[in-house]
Ligand binder design. Structure first.
Ligand code: IDP
Ligand code: MG
Length: 156
């Protein structure tokens, strides 16, 4: 098991619906460490870079207009197997298929307005963290509670 960093975006629907605090709290309560956090407005170019795998899909123009409609909150969460842990906390893309207890399953009924983005692999996470955060915007610090979030050999 390895300590990983993953990129999370709290989408415009999360901001508009007043859910930023709740979603961030879930990540913190799970034990994940916030190592970067900011608000920004996506432009069409950055949206295209981030969602390059979806350009050309019929819903892509709607996705760009949604993602650029209001600010988003970007954060980097760190923890053992953080990429998988956070993806599992999100639930599947179509929130109607997401189990209760997941973020999408508790807060969304939509495939597009599904509250949260999270990196889908370690390789993607490296690229996505670098896309949204400069090195000096990421912090390394110790928390007293980290002695209890997982055993030391789970966080090497
Ligand atoms: P993911 O966010 O679960 O990783 P992706 O397939 O990477 O899902 O899609 C990125 C985002 O594009 C989704 O979170 C959602 O906002 C939007 N999206 C994906 N598929 C659809 C669709 O079929 N209709 C509308 N929006 C979609
Ligand atoms: Mg994705």
């Amino acid at each position: 098991m390895a300590l990983e960093q993953t990129l999370v975006l709290l989408k415009p629907d999360a901001l508009q619906r007043g859910l930023i605090g709740k979603v961030v709290a879930r990540l913190e309560e799970r034990g994940l460490q916030l190592v970067g956090l900011k608000m920004l407005k996506l432009d069409a170019k950055k949206c295209e870079e981030h969602y390059a795998h979806l350009v050309g899909k019929p819903f892509y123009p709607g996705l760009v207009s949604f993602m650029t409609s209001a600010p988003i909150v970007a954060l980097v969460a760190s923890g053992p197997e953080a990429v998988k842990v956070v993806r599992d906390m999100c639930g599947p893309t179509n929130a109607r298929n997401a189990a209760p207890g997941t973020i999408r399953g508790d807060y969304s009924l939509s495939t597009q307005y599904n509250i949260i983005h999270a990196s889908d692999s370690l390789e993607t996470a490296h690229r996505e963290v670098a896309r949204f955060f400069k090195k000096e915007e990421l912090f390394s610090y110790e928390r007293a509670l980290d002695k209890l979030t997982a055993a030391a050999d789970e966080k090497k």
